[in-house]
Design a binder for this molecule. Structure first.
Ligand code: GLN
Ligand code: ZN
Length: 765
């Protein structure tokens, strides 16, 4: 018999119940008991949903983040929280978000970073030389008790991955902590065994990354030391293939190994060869990272011979935790019927798993109806007229390298642009959005619900735009923006004007804590249906004599923040997006917009987990950007914006985008992140963010002057712009105005200093 199990379910609830309960708790509207009850309810439902499987995961739930839960389990909270007189729950939130409730005094929250190559963010464990661990298994044991099932399989993060995810605060090596950490894991294993647990899922996803000797050795050492007769370990890897770690993973002394068989499918044969006879092999055959139905029949064609070889040793599961997909497609009552029949969210994925197992255990005829329905859906999808647009296919086939190249070099363009734009030294600008006020949100909602007609909605947005222009003129900025009042979300807004995109109502996926995103679904060929931004940008331009910058989301970001079709290479889908957005760029140019910014906030997020695969990604991703941006005339100035500044490793690719100006995040790191420019001469202009928009604090003139002076040590003043770190959408006008006034004042001071400087030089000469 094939055994089925699951690696984890979404914990926010099918209607984001957890989000609403958390936020109500933080606002003081419900108490801890009510919040706990909300959590229990979601766990009970998740438990129920897994009843069809042989093993049910427990411990995959989290009120905020499972890495922070692991830190609690191991008694490793950042030291600065130890002194606080708080309940354990409030301390937990304090670490997670800097404050336990909205009225409590803030403290620096733990750092947050991306969970492997997903859009989920975890709270980074903090270590130092003195870090010691202590087991606090109460939460986990309570969840086990609560379930009252026999077939529970707890889920934990393995010790080596835990250390790898953390950050040392004093330059000590986290691996030095393995010695003190292992006894705590040994204790945990013992206690779980005593609680009647037979199998424990222990996640070591770092096995799909490039590891140096010390980490490989740590894995070997760890699993040797954790060997026990008391409990069986299922060592779990996901998000990629094992490559050079394959043999290591097979040899670790555990009872079973789980492999992401959607991303490491071509390694499975070798793994079976290597895997000792007494170990079970769990294959993650249902894609936990996408929302498409699995082609069950072809999956069975592949699995049947494997089942022959492995027999009872074969387990089946989703490729990774289902945390990364929405809960239930059945909630989507408004979705196009055909499209809906091609999709599978977390609950549907569990059923698919069950069907595969039944087919293997009792023959395909035992699930003939399910297999037929599935085959029918797969067939209808691939033949659908909704997906394939011949004109788009032809256009992508005709893309040439030339289309991604500007007509002249940056130096030539700069002279031409300077002549027409006539900007001062250190030009000032913002990244695009201004505060999304209640009026904006309410009128968007009213418009969507049909309570506000198109003309009235337009008029409201125009009023907001006019107000944004007035404010910017008042501050004295050099390059203005329209403020993005009309945009709910930088991806969804554009996607609504493109064919091939669909939107769900409840397709939420946790991003971090109570924050969820609802990625659009790219299901078919992409074509621009009409102008998207020209009306708003031209309207804004009509109100001012300063240049107004047009504002678009780039193709790579659109791709990385959507669920993407799996029936063609990503690179091709990205090119389709690029062509559609190129049309918008050219439309803006025709409408007289002299400066166009193309945001690539998520470019870095798409980098593969292994560095060896970076060049390939960067190659197609940046070609797509160039295709979008570079069809313009020399006198059109292209800007791009990225929400990070860890450039060191990709600086050459960024330079190859050939944007005239790039704006990046840097203010929080004192421009340290510009160190890369010491060794690499970045050729074009840069706006290193001087105003940290992630806090309500108003930066002083002096602090911004200082940051630019630091930047100036690496980038010549003629190529520096002055701007905030990112968009101002989440801020309040009363913070934004004084902050921008200070920023403008900083620019004035710098210009004055530069003027005096050049006077001095010419006098001396
Ligand atoms: N133009 C967008 C804005 O200002 C950019 C957002 C982002 O980089 N995440 O909101
Ligand atoms: Zn940004």
């Amino acid at each position: 018999m094939v055994t089925t199990h699951n690696l984890g379910l979404p914990r926010i609830g099918s209607k984001r119940q957890l989000k609403f309960s958390l936020e109500a708790y933080w606002r003081g509207e419900i108490d801890a008991h009510q919040l706990m009850t909300a959590g229990e309810r979601i766990r009970a439902q998740n438990h129920q949903h897994q009843q069809l499987l042989d093993w049910i995961s427990v411990g995959d739930f989290s009120l905020y983040d499972h890495v922070l839960d692991t830190s609690i389990l191991l008694g490793n909270l950042p030291r600065r929280f130890a002194q606080q007189q708080l309940t354990p729950l409030d301390r937990y939130f304090q670490v997670a978000r800097g404050r336990s409730t909205d009225v409590s005094t803030p403290l620096a929250a733990a750092e947050m970073t991306k969970w492997f190559d997903t859009n989920y963010h975890y709270l980074v464990p903090e270590f130092d030389r003195e870090t010691r661990f202590e087991l606090h298994p109460q939460q986990l044991l309570r969840q086990i008790e609560e379930c009252q099932s026999k077939n529970l399989k707890p889920v934990i993060i393995g010790p080596v991955t835990y250390l790898w995810l953390g950050k040392s605060k004093d330059e000590s090596n986290p691996l030095d902590l393995l010695e003190p950490l292992l006894p705590v894991y040994q204790q945990l294993l013992q206690q779980l065994a005593e609680a009647g647990i037979e199998w424990l899922q222990i996640d070591e996803p770092i096995l799909v990354t490039e590891l140096d000797q010390s980490w490989r050795h740590a894995l070997r050492n760890t699993y040797f030391r954790l060997q026990t007769k008391a409990i069986k370990l299922l060592l779990t890897t996901y998000f990629g293939s094992l490559k050079e770690n394959l043999q290591l993973a097979c040899e670790l002394p555990v009872a079973g190994l789980h492999i992401d068989a959607t991303r490491a499918r071509d390694e499975i044969d070798r793994i079976i060869d290597w895997l000792p006879q007494h170990k079970i092999l769990s294959l993650g055959v249902i894609d936990g990272r996408n929302i498409w139905k699995c082609d069950l029949n072809s999956q069975l064609d592949w699995l049947e011979p494997i089942h022959q070889r492995l027999g009872e040793r074969l387990w089946l599961a989703p490729s990774c935790s289902l945390l990364h997909v929405p809960v239930d497609i059945e909630s989507e009552t408004d979705l196009d019927g055909a499209l809906k029949s091609w999709l599978s969210f977390a609950l549907q994925k569990l059923s698919e798993l069950k069907t595969l197992a039944k087919a293997l255990n009792n023959g395909r005829q035992s699930v003939a109806r399910q297999l037929n329905d599935n085959a029918e859906a797969i067939r209808r999808r691939s033949g659908s007229q909704q997906i394939h647009i011949p004109a788009v296919i032809q256009r992508t086939a005709e893309i040439t390298a030339e289309m991604g190249q500007r007509k002249n070099s940056f130096t030539t363009r700069r002279t031409i642009q300077q002549r027409s734009l006539n900007l001062p030294l250190y030009p000032t600008t913002t990244i695009g959005s201004f505060p999304q006020t209640n009026t904006i949100r309410q009128s968007r909602k009213a418009y969507r619900e049909g309570q506000l007609c198109g003309a009235d909605y337009r008029a409201t947005m125009e009023k907001e735009i006019a107000q944004a222009i007035r404010q910017q003129e008042d501050v004295g900025l050099d390059v203005l923006v329209h403020g993005e009042a009309e945009r709910n979300d930088m991806v969804e807004y554009f996607a609504e004007f493109l064919s091939g995109f669909a939107f769900t109502r409840f397709g939420w996926v946790q991003s971090y804590g109570s924050r969820c995103v609802k990625p659009p679904i790219i299901y078919g060929d992409i074509q621009r249906q009409s102008d998207i931004t020209t009306h708003w940008t031209s309207y804004a331009q009509s109100l001012t004599s300063k240049p107004v910058k047009g504002m678009l989301t780039g193709p790579v970001t659109m791709l990385n923040w959507s669920f993407v079709r799996n029936d063609q290479p990503l690179a091709l889908t990205c090119n389709q997006l690029a062509l559609a957005l190129r049309d918008e760029v050219l439309a803006l140019e025709r409408a007289g917009t002299a400066i166009i910014q193309i945001d690539e906030a998520a470019l870095r997020e798409g980098l593969p987990l292994r560095r060896k695969q970076w060049p390939d990604y960067l190659d197609w991703a940046l070609s797509a950007f160039r295709l979008t941006a570079n069809g313009v005339q020399d006198d059109t100035q292209i800007h791009t914006h990225m929400c990070y500044s860890e450039f060191n490793d990709i600086i050459e690719s960024i330079a190859a985008m050939d944007a005239d100006v790039i704006t990046i995040e840097t203010s929080r790191s004192d421009m340290e992140l510009l160190d890369v420019f010491e060794s690499y001469e970045y050729p074009n202009a840069i706006g290193p963010g001087v105003y940290d928009i992630h806090t309500p604090n108003i930066p002083s003139i002096g602090s911004m002057v200082k940051l630019i002076q630091l930047a100036q040590q690496r980038i010549p003043a003629e190529r520096l712009w002055i701007n905030p770190d990112c968009g101002l959408k989440t801020r309040q006008w009363q913070e934004v105005i004084p902050a921008l006034k200070n920023m403008q004042q900083a620019a004035r001071q710098l210009r004055e200093a530069a003027r005096l400087d050049s006077q001095r030089t010419s006098n001396a000469g």
